[in-house]
Unconditional design. Structure first.
Length: 418
């Protein structure tokens, strides 16, 4: 009597475990849709939803294969859908990191495994051959998803680093148990299913699903937050850093520990000469063109991430220089390059100049004090006649570029042939 009861209870327990896993997949689908309903990232949201959405019919077919009328095909399609789940995880990882999905790379091997198991594998004398392709695909897709995160550069969001290790661990587990399939009970292997093996299989599925759902969602939110932070620190007109970004760069320099090999930090502050005349004579759109041109020239000479717009027509450049002469040479090179640049809008062509103040860190001059010194040197250059580069603490300018001979007029006409 007791033995007969066990025969009834065990299948019921199997059914309960599988049904609970399927219910959790449904819950994860709802959570993902609700948590990302208003973030505007529709493409990323649906790719994140994809593996959990496919997990629902996979769980239903593996739990109740007779729903299709033929249990054999119910099981085959259920396993096929489950392999798609793992492939969907790989694609969700790719899309979350800004890469293109690889749908065919998932469909082709999963379809090949389905075709094999439904034809040759169904009649083979080695039942392990039916399970090996599935387990191998689980491990392969987890390994590919882990590889996406291992390819990332350093200094990534914490969730990306966590996902790297989660996917690596599950890939090692799945690939490690592939050669053991002939020795393990189903659904871990090919031997008759046992209660502990079914519970362990479903526990692993649920654990991986929950971890991936939580941390992939967290990754998207961290990426959105990082994007907003970048936008908050970028000047929309020029694309260079704004005053907030400059303050952050100065704070980072102050907190960085000194090193013997590091070259001193230099700051060059520059301002477009007589910019009000440009706006008054040619209009604000042309003035914006000149401002953007100044930022472009500075980025060309010093590289992206070194140039900041501190207000109006004023900029700062933070760079490293071996000596004050080196800093002065590079700052004056910027002045000359901008003076040689023609700003064009339709038939209107103008050249403008800048004044530059440059300062270099020293024993009694830190990064924040350096900014004030460079700013003071800039205004010394403006008061001294403009179109010149002044070293902090000195009244002697570098040689003036002979562009504006009718100074104080800020701009001169340039023929289209210039």
């Amino acid at each position: 009597m007791a033995h007969a009861q066990m025969k009834v209870i065990v299948p019921d327990i199997h059914l309960t475990i599988a049904a609970c896993s399927t219910a959790l997949a449904v819950i994860m689908c709802v959570v993902i849709l609700l948590s990302s309903a208003n973030d505007g990232a529709r493409r990323e949201r649906w790719w994140l939803f994809f593996p959990f959405g496919i997990a629902v019919p996979a769980g239903v077919l593996l739990t109740w294969p007779e729903l299709l009328g033929k249990p054999f095909w119910g099981l085959q399609l259920g396993w096929f859908a489950l392999t798609l789940v793992y492939g969907g995880v790989w694609n969700a990882a790719r899309v979350s990191l800004g890469r293109a999905p690889r749908l065919l790379a998932v469909l082709l091997p999963c379809s090949a495994a389905l075709l094999f198991n439904a034809t040759v594998g169904a009649d083979t004398a080695w039942p392990e051959m039916r399970m090996l392709p599935r387990i191998a695909l689980f491990g392969l897709f987890n390994a590919l998803a882990a590889r996406e995160f291992w390819r990332l550069p350093e200094h990534q969001p914490p969730s990306a680093m966590t996902l790297r290790w989660i996917l690596t661990a599950f890939a090692v587990i799945d690939l490690g148990r592939t050669p053991l399939a002939p020795l393990l009970p189903g659904p871990l292997g090919v031997d008759p299913t046992q209660l502990w093996s079914l519970a362990l299989f479903n526990f692993a599925l649920v654990l991986e699903g929950l971890l991936l759902g939580v941390f992939l969602t967290a990754l998207r939110r961290e990426q959105v937050a990082a994007r907003h932070l970048r936008l908050a620190m970028v000047d929309p007109l020029t694309g260079v850093g704004n005053r907030r970004a400059l303050d952050a760069a100065i704070a980072q320099l102050e907190e960085a520990p000194p090193t013997k090999d590091a070259r001193p930090v230099a700051i060059a502050m520059f301002d477009i000469d007589c910019f009000k005349l440009v706006n008054d004579e040619l209009g604000h759109p042309f003035g914006d063109l000149v401002i953007a041109g100044a930022a472009h020239v500075a980025q060309e000479l010093f590289g992206p991430g070194q140039v900041y717009r501190t207000g109006g027509e004023e900029f700062a450049v933070v760079f490293r220089a071996a000596t004050m002469s080196d800093a002065l040479r590079r700052a004056d090179r910027l002045r000359k390059a901008f003076a040689d640049r023609s700003h064009r809008e339709g038939s209107t062509v103008r050249r403008c100049t800048i004044s530059v103040g440059v300062a270099l860190t020293g024993p009694d001059r830190g990064p924040r004090a350096l900014l004030a010194c460079a700013d003071e040197a800039l205004y010394t250059a403006k008061r001294g006649g403009r179109n010149r580069t002044i070293i902090a603490g000195s009244l002697l300018p570098v040689a003036i570029t002979p562009v504006l001979r009718d100074y104080p007029r800020a701009v001169r006409r340039v023929s289209l042939g210039d």
